[in-house]
Design a protein. Sequence first.
Length: 338
Amino acid sequence: MADPATVADRARSNGGGAAELNGHGGLRRRLAPLAAVAGAGRPFARVGRRLLAAAQDAATEVTGAAASRVGQRLRADLDDRDPDWLRERLPLLWLLATIWFRGEVRNLGNIPEKGAVLLVGNHSGGNVTPDTFIFTLAFSTYFGIERKFHQLAHNLVVTLPVSGALVRRGGTVAASHENARRALEAGAALLVYPGGDWEVHRPTWESAKVDFGGRRGFIRLALDQDVPIVPVVSIGGQETALFLSRGDRLARALRLDRLLRLKVLPVSVVVPWGLNVGDFLGHVPLPAKITTEVLPPIDLREQFGAEPDPDEVYETITEQMQETLDALDAERRFPLIG
C-alpha cells in the first residue's frame, strides 16, 4: 500500500498540479480516505517485510547448510571407508553379484600386493555401473578388506543422500585430481575411469570399444605420484540396458556441463522406466554376464623413459586395453548370456 506522498505524486502525474493539491478542499477531501487507508496499512506492511526477511534468512541458512553438506561429501575423507561395514556385507554382496551377473574377474595377481597403484579401467553400465561393483568385491575378497582401496566417481554419485553414503562407506570419493593424489599418497590402490560419463553412456552397439574421449589426466597423475598403472578391462556392462545415445548435444544446449559437470544427457531403454532420459534415478540392470581382466602393471618411466610422452603412453595403454576387450568380446556368443 502506498503512503500519502506517493498518492500525491501519482495524482500530479495524472494531471493534478501542486496548487490544486494544496488549495482545493474537494481534492484534499478525496485524498483523505486514501491517506487514512495507507496509514492504517503501515503496520501490516512492516509485519510483511519482517516475515519476508525471516523467510529469506531461513532459506539462506538452509541453502548454506545444504551447500556445506555437499562440500563435505566432495572432500576426500578417506576415513569414510568402513572396513567393518564391508566385512559384514561382502559375502552376501559377492553371492548376489555371482548369481545376477555371473561375475568373473581374471588375473587379480597382476596387481602389486602392496603399496599405491593406479588402476585404470574402461567404464560401462550407465549410472548403475556393475563393473565397478563386481571389481570392488573381487579386489576386497582377494587382497582382504584391510587393504586400502578407493574408487573415483562423479560428484552426483557421492552426493546423493542415500546411495551416496553407501558408496562412500565402500571407499568411493568424488572424482578430482586432488582426491586422487590424497588416496595415492595414503598408499591406496585407486580405481579411475578416464572415460567417465562419456564412456559409460556410449551406445550399446559400442559396448566393445574403449573410449576415454582423449582424457590423459591419469598419465600425469601416475607420473606425479610415481606409481604403476594397471589396466582393468571389462565387458558386459553395456548390455545391462539398451543405451541409445549419450545426448551430448542436448547436455550442451541445456548448459549441464557448466551447472552439473555433465557432458552428456543419455537416452536409454531401461527397467522399470522404459524410455529413460538422464538416468538420474538409476535403473534395474539386466543380468548380463560381466567379465573383467586385469593386465600386467606398467611402470611409465621404465617403459617410456625419464620423460614419457603422454600421447605415446595414451596410445599404448588404450591399444592394449582395446586388444584385450576385443578378445573378451570374441568369447561372447550372445548378449546378456555371454
